[in-house]
Design a protein around this ligand. Structure first.
Ligand code: SF4
Ligand code: SF4
Length: 495
């Protein structure tokens, strides 16, 4: 088992002990023999890697260490999506568009500085609804202008439906916005008309296929303009069974041809309580396995993002956690001053831990590839609170990260939320039933600790759960599990 370094990142979800971080950063010593190991994929340009290596959404590896925050400053929107209702708010719910408070650019500035001073993992500031960052442009620009003066190294991101995007691409480039997400759910206006009832463009409303055609043309133009300026793009597509699920294969082809850096296929979240058209008309979202099956079919096309958490529009923290409630307006000081020390110290510590993690991961992946047998695929769910380790109690997990071990190595393939739809925590059989349902298709659950009762219930459902690999790096644990599994029964491997 790998021992955690002097400063473990197990506590990433907790308030950071700054004194310990600073001591580690200044110590100069490194427990690892692998400092300097790079997680840069072999087929990636060094310049691109430099731009994404601390971005939790653009690099799956970075999401173990770095955090994002969203500020809801641009509430106006120029289209209507059938999956959106901008009025809905639930503090416990994590899904796009949901927000507890909208901010002015000045309030956003105070909030970002307060978060940067307290959450040293912070690397990205995004404007991601509710509303459209390009349509409500003046507020987007004012917010980024203000914050980048105070925190020049923070990465600026926007999400947009694309309709107003072409009007602002040059300004985005001038403002050093290096990452742009466009939601593209169709490239066929006939399908688009089933997703978008109307758009507002050139001072009037458009409906039906005509509206979808305009939106499609503006999305493609915006994407091409961003690519031409070297801005990295991520395409979000909402998978809507029976509407655009098969069609997303075509979408993937189109966006790849136009230089998209990532394609993020996300499941529709639909519930009558959300008050959306789809929720009220019974349109279902895909199951976890349906989503995975589509993503698997898309492999080989535009590079996939599989670790998206469909965050709230005011999310703060590592992906999969939300510390937004610690930074509501009423808790912010009137005057704030940015102190870069914590973020700088944190980065030094991460650089060391990350080098060690990369070496461990490479070794585990190579071992799995070497020992893989025909049909030897293992789907593993991991309870983690960051740092790339098996370090979360089963009963505290709000999500599980899912990895597939096979002849391809050890690949992150998604996550399963278990607190979605306000499930409200474990302890009751009904809730555990929900967790078991969310773990559909999983063979083994790895966690730092698990009680006898949930372990027995998982076993009865055909899922093996173990804390045998507690605190190991995730890939190290899966590699050991894989080697032990093929040749013996899983139960023996974890005994
Ligand atoms: S573009 Fe965003 S804010 Fe506008 S309707 Fe669609 S999901 Fe809602
Ligand atoms: S919604 Fe997805 S892409 Fe956006 S911040 Fe969350 S994880 Fe990243």
């Amino acid at each position: 088992m790998n021992q955690p370094l002097m400063i473990s990142l197990d506590s990433l979800a907790q308030p950071i002990d700054f004194a310990a971080l600073e001591a580690a950063a200044k110590s100069g010593g490194c427990a690892s023999s692998s400092c300097g190991s790079s997680a840069k994929p072999d087929d990636m340009d060094a310049d691109v890697w430099e731009r994404i290596k601390d971005h939790p959404c653009y690099s799956e590896e970075a999401h173990h260490y770095f955090a994002r925050m969203h500020v809801a400053v641009a509430p106006a929107c120029n289209i209507q999506c059938h999956y959106c209702n901008r009025k809905y708010d639930c503090a416990n719910e994590s899904r796009p568009g949901v927000v507890s408070e909208k901010l002015t650019p000045d309030q956003a500035r105070r909030k970002v500085i307060a978060v940067a001073n307290e959450v040293p993992q912070l690397s990205v500031l995004g404007i991601a609804g509710p509303g459209d960052a390009c349509y409500d442009w003046n507020k987007t620009r004012a917010t980024f202008d203000e914050i980048s003066k105070d925190i020049p190294d923070i990465k600026l991101c926007i999400s947009t439906n694309g309709l107003a995007l072409p009007d602002h691409v040059d300004e985005l480039a001038a403002m050093n916005v290096d990452h742009v997400t466009i939601t593209i759910n169709m490239v066929d206006p006939e399908i688009g008309a089933k997703i978008y009832p109307w758009i507002f463009y050139q001072h009037r409303r458009w409906h039906g296929v005509e509206a979808a055609r305009i939106l499609h043309e503006r999305q493609m133009l915006g994407l091409e303009m961003l690519t031409a300026r070297g801005i990295l793009t991520k395409i979000n597509s909402v998978m809507i069974p029976g509407v655009n699920d098969e069609h997303l294969i075509e979408v993937n082809r189109w966006v790849k041809a136009r230089g998209a850096f990532l394609h993020n296929v996300m499941p529709l979240i639909s519930d009558p309580a959300h008050g959306t058209h789809y929720g009220l008309t019974g349109q279902r979202g895909p199951t976890a396995m349906e989503l995975k099956a589509l993503q698997d079919r898309l492999e080989g096309g535009a590079k996939l993002m599989r670790h998206c958490r469909q965050c709230r529009a005011d999310a703060v923290g590592l992906l999969g956690e939300d510390r937004g409630q610690e930074f509501t307006l009423d808790q912010l000081p009137e005057a704030v001053a940015y102190d870069p020390a914590k973020r700088a110290a944190y980065r030094e510590v991460v650089a060391r831990e990350r080098g060690d993690h990369v070496a461990a991961k490479q070794s585990a992946v190579a071992a799995v590839k070497d020992s893989a047998q025909e049909g030897g695929t293992l789907l593993v769910a991991v309870a983690t609170k960051g740092g790339g380790r098996v370090n979360e109690h089963f009963g505290h997990a709000r999500e599980f990260q899912v990895y597939e071990a096979s002849a391809k190595g050890i690949v992150f393939v998604g996550h399963r939320k278990v607190d979605n739809y306000c499930m409200g925590g474990f302890g009751e059989d009904a809730t555990l039933d929900g967790v078991i349902a969310a773990l559909e298709g999983i063979a083994v659950v790895l966690c730092a600790k698990i009680g006898d009762c949930p372990q027995d219930m998982l076993t009865a459902a055909g899922i093996t759960a173990t804390d045998r690999y507690a605190l190991d790096y995730i890939e190290t644990a899966i590699g050991a599990l894989y080697a032990a599994t093929f040749g013996r029964a899983i139960e023996q491997a974890v005994a």
